[in-house]
Ligand binder design. Structure first.
Ligand code: ARG
Length: 267
């Protein structure tokens, strides 16, 4: 009798699993193809504290940050699971184009050029560019970078900005942490980095300083989607709701405010 009960339970739970998996794979558009439709796949480049970075303090190697909290809120409201894939910044738009990701959050700026290949949500946070250099080096304006070697992130708007600076020799690298290393070891003389990200690195590296420079062209962050994705219309109202119900202000205070956590990883 006991054995029969065991067999019956085993059979029933197997049946349940099969049904659950089938339910995941059925219906609902806009979902990632690899993880079932209930799951939305977000691609990011987790080298960008406080937007997204690997939290090594807990030993969990979890990806955390401002963008991650926004993504969790939105997918939570939509009743979807969230999976996060960490890839180089330069690979994010290709990941959307090949539908390997449902959306990208990576402090990404909605430029006209990118808009030809992907769709964007409304802007959720503004940013400015800065020059990061050794403290006291007097590299405070675009003009001062004439004849200097400047590292930037491959595929970023900062790469574009540096290429437009007269006489600057541009070195494009995959990860922000590599750029910081290049600067500290003297292989490059300056970096172009967004203000909020630069601030964190300068705080943890007192031998460095930052100077804000005027923005040319597009700035700020928006969520990117494959062209024609129906998720844009689902995400935008929730972004608006976050702005009006105070959630966005809370997250800005949490990640960019006085008491925001110091990044523990530079990966
Ligand atoms: N806002 C800049 C851009 O869109 C830089 C973003 C870099 N993001 C990152 N996660 N590394 O080009």
């Amino acid at each position: 009798m006991k054995r029969l009960r065991f067999l019956l339970t085993a059979f029933l739970s197997a049946l349940l699993t099969v049904t659950a998996v089938a339910a995941c794979n059925a219906g609902g558009g806009g979902g990632g193809t690899t993880a079932g439709n209930a799951t939305l796949i977000m691609a990011t480049s987790a080298d960008y504290p406080p937007y997204e970075y690997v939290d090594s303090s807990s030993g969990s190697q979890e990806i955390v940050g401002f963008d991650i909290d926004i993504a969790k809120y939105i997918t939570g409201e939509l009743g979807r699971e969230l999976r996060i894939d960490n890839i180089d910044f330069n690979g994010l738009i290709p990941a959307l184009q090949s539908k390997r990701a449902d959306f990208v959050m990576a402090g990404m700026t909605p430029t006209e050029e990118r808009k030809q290949n992907v769709d964007f949500s409304s802007i959720y946070f503004e940013a400015k560019n800065t020059i990061v250099a050794k403290a006291g080096s007097n590299l405070t304006s675009a003009a001062s970078l004439n004849g200097k070697t400047v590292a930037v992130q491959l595929g970023s708007i900062q790469e574009q900005a540096a290429k437009e600076m007269q006489g600057a020799e541009v070195k494009s690298l995959n990860r922000i942490s590599e750029m910081i290393q290049e600067l500290k070891s003297g292989r490059v003389e300056a970096l172009i980095v967004e203000d909020t990200v630069a601030k964190g690195y300068v705080e943890s590296n007192p031998d460095l300083e930052l100077n804000v420079i005027p923005n040319e062209g597009a700035s700020g962050s928006a969520i990117a989607f494959p062209k024609g994705s129906e998720l844009v219309a689902q995400f935008n109202p929730i972004l608006e709701e976050m702005k009006t119900n105070g959630t966005m202000d809370e997250l800005i205070a949490k990640w960019f405010g006085e008491n925001s956590p110091a990044p523990t990883s530079e990966s």
